[in-house]
Design a protein around this ligand. Sequence first.
Ligand code: MF3
Ligand code: CO
Length: 256
Amino acid sequence: MIIRKSESELARMAEAGGIVVDTLSLLGEHIRPGVTTGELDKAADDYIRSRGGVPTFKGYRGPYPYPAAICTSPNDVVVHGIPGEYALVDGDVLSVDVGVTHDGFVADSAYTFAVGEIGAEAERLLETCEAGLWVGIEQCRAGARLSDISHGIQAVVEEAGFSVVRSLVGHGVGRSMHEEPQIPNFGEPGRGPTLAPGMTFAIEPMITAGSAEVVLGSDRWTISTTDGSLSAHFEHTVAVTEGEPRILTRAPVRVS
Ligand code: MF3
Ligand code: CO
């Protein structure tokens, strides 16, 4: 069952979303060569709590409880990179995923940052992933079908010559981080549930510059490309309304 939220519940999700986006903006100011991902995690954890939120990811169930407030996924890491000693290098791309629980509701958003100067192909990868996210968001309208989101994302990404990771999906979000439905980033249009006002989705294309195949790291959280190719990940929490799609995690300013 896809849980539909009332207007007041959407407002509460947008409160959590405001903390998420301000955290991503803060991290964008910290991101530069030499900074460690562990330092970014500490800054995010402190900031989220200072706003009265709780980092949703910390302690999240998995192979073992997720040990950090955010996910930091450099270069060939697709998602769920655990912050630590890694120091950013000029030319890196760094995907940062932030989830906040506030007043009983969750918002979830991710952004791939350029560290210093990145190559032209890396730049195109980031732009494509973000464009895919926006096309996916554009489908979030009452009366559309769920797989219209999936198809829109896939079309943008493959048109640009990149690959969609198939084993990782977007998801419903609300009182829990993961609600029904799962939202693949590929598929035929016109399939699946019909979208209705009050549905809230975390839409999150995860794409690679090479093969779509991914591998789980020895820490049992980190997911990387098998061929070592670069990856990008952009995510927003979005509500279906009677009219335009409503983004509950307002877009952060692009920082490099
Ligand atoms: N945005 C990610 C997701 O939707 C974040 C999960 S990280 C975890 O799955 F550690 F909490 F699992
Ligand atoms: Co998510």
